[in-house]
Design a protein around this ligand. Structure first.
Ligand SMILES: Nc1ncnc2c1ncn2[C@@H]1O[C@H](COP(=O)(O)OP(=O)(O)O)[C@@H](O)[C@H]1O
Ligand SMILES: [Mg+2]
Length: 252
C-alpha cells in the first residue's frame, strides 16, 4: 500500500474541519475526492503534504510507504515534499513565480533534492513527458508568456521532476478550458499508468467518471461515501451523493 490514512482529524480551535477520515491508496490508482466547497477536500491534501497552518491541530495517522507523516518536523517534511509527494494546485498562475523563467523553476524543484548534476537533462526530459512540444521556448519563457494549459503542464513538471510516488492535485483542471482539461486529465492517467498513486480533488463528477478508480465523497469534513467509481455511479448510497451526481448531469 502506498498511502494509508486512518482516523485523520483536523480542527482550527473549536472548528472541526476533518472528522475521522480513513482511506488508502495503492500505486497505479487514482482516488478522486469530491464534495462541496468547504467540505474539507483541500484540507486532506494539505494534511498529507504537511502544509496545515500552525493554528491547526491534526490527529490520526497518515502513512506513506509505511512511514508515519503525522508529527514529522518541518525539516523532515521538507525532505520528502517534492521528492516523495508532488503537489499540483488549482491556479497555476498563483503557484508559479512570475519573476523566474520556467527553466529555473523546474530546475530548483530538482536541485533541492538531487543537486545540480544531471539537472539540465532532467528538466528537458520532464517537460517532454508532460506533453510540451516546443521545449526550448517554454523553458525560456516567463509564466505570463504561457497559456493556462501550458502553465499547468509546467506545474505538473515541477511536481513530478523528482519522480515522487504520490501526487496530490487540488482541482487541477478547474481553471482551464474544457479541451485543455481533457488533455491535462490524460496526463494524470498516464502518470497512473507509470505506477504513481494520485489523489485528485474535484467538484466535477465528469472528471471522476473519466479518471477515477476510487472515490471519496466528503460532506462537512466527514466521509459520507467511499468505494470504486462503479459503485458510486451505479448505486450511490447517500442522498448527498445522488444530489451531487444529478447536479453534474443537469449542468451537462
Ligand atoms: N487556515 C484555516 N484556518 C481556519 N479554517 C480553515 C483554514 N483552512 C480551511 N479552513 C476551513 O476548513 C473548512 C474546509 O476547507 P477546505 O479544506 O479548504 O475545503 P474545500 O477544499 O473542500 O473547499 C472550511 O470551513 C474552511 O473555512
Ligand atoms: Mg479546496
Amino acid at each position: 500500500m502506498l498511502l494509508d490514512v486512518k482516523n485523520l482529524s483536523l480542527s482550527y480551535g473549536p472548528k472541526r474541519v476533518l472528522k475521522d477520515i480513513s482511506f488508502s491508496l495503492d500505486r497505479g490508482e487514482i482516488l478522486c475526492i469530491v464534495g462541496e466547497s468547504g467540505s474539507g477536500k483541500s484540507s486532506i491534501l494539505l494534511s498529507i503534504i504537511g502544509l496545515i497552518p500552525k493554528h491547526g491541530s491534526i490527529s490520526g495517522s497518515i502513512k506513506l510507504e509505511g512511514k508515519e507523516l503525522v508529527g514529522l518536523s518541518e525539516i523532515e517534511y521538507a525532505k520528502l515534499r517534492g521528492k516523495q509527494i508532488g503537489m499540483v494546485f488549482q491556479e497555476p498562475s498563483l503557484y508559479l513565480d512570475p519573476l523566474f523563467k520556467v527553466k529555473e523553476q523546474i530546475m530548483e524543484a530538482y536541485t533541492t533534492h538531487f543537486g545540480k548534476s544531471g539537472a539540465e537533462n532532467k528538466v528537458v526530459e520532464v517537460l517532454k513527458k508532460v506533453g510540451v512540444q516546443d521545449v526550448e521556448r517554454v523553458l525560456n519563457s516567463y509564466p505570463h508568456q504561457l497559456s493556462g494549459g501550458l502553465k499547468q503542464r509546467v506545474c505538473i513538471a515541477i511536481a513530478t521532476v523528482c519522480d515522487p510516488s504520490l501526487i496530490l492535485a487540488d482541482e487541477p483542471t478547474t481553471a482551464l478550458d474544457l479541451t485543455v482539461q481533457r488533455k491535462i486529465l490524460g496526463l494524470f492517467a498516464k502518470l497512473k499508468e507509470e505506477g504513481k498513486g494520485i489523489i485528485l480533488v474535484t467538484h466535477d463528477f465528469g472528471v471522476v467518471a473519466e479518471v477515477a478508480d476510487k472515490v471519496l465523497v466528503l460532506k462537512e469534513g466527514e466521509v459520507v461515501e467511499s468505494g470504486s467509481v462503479w459503485e458510486i455511479f451505479d448505486s450511490p448510497k447517500h442522498e448527498y451523493t445522488k444530489n451531487l451526481l444529478s447536479a453534474t448531469y443537469l449542468k451537462a
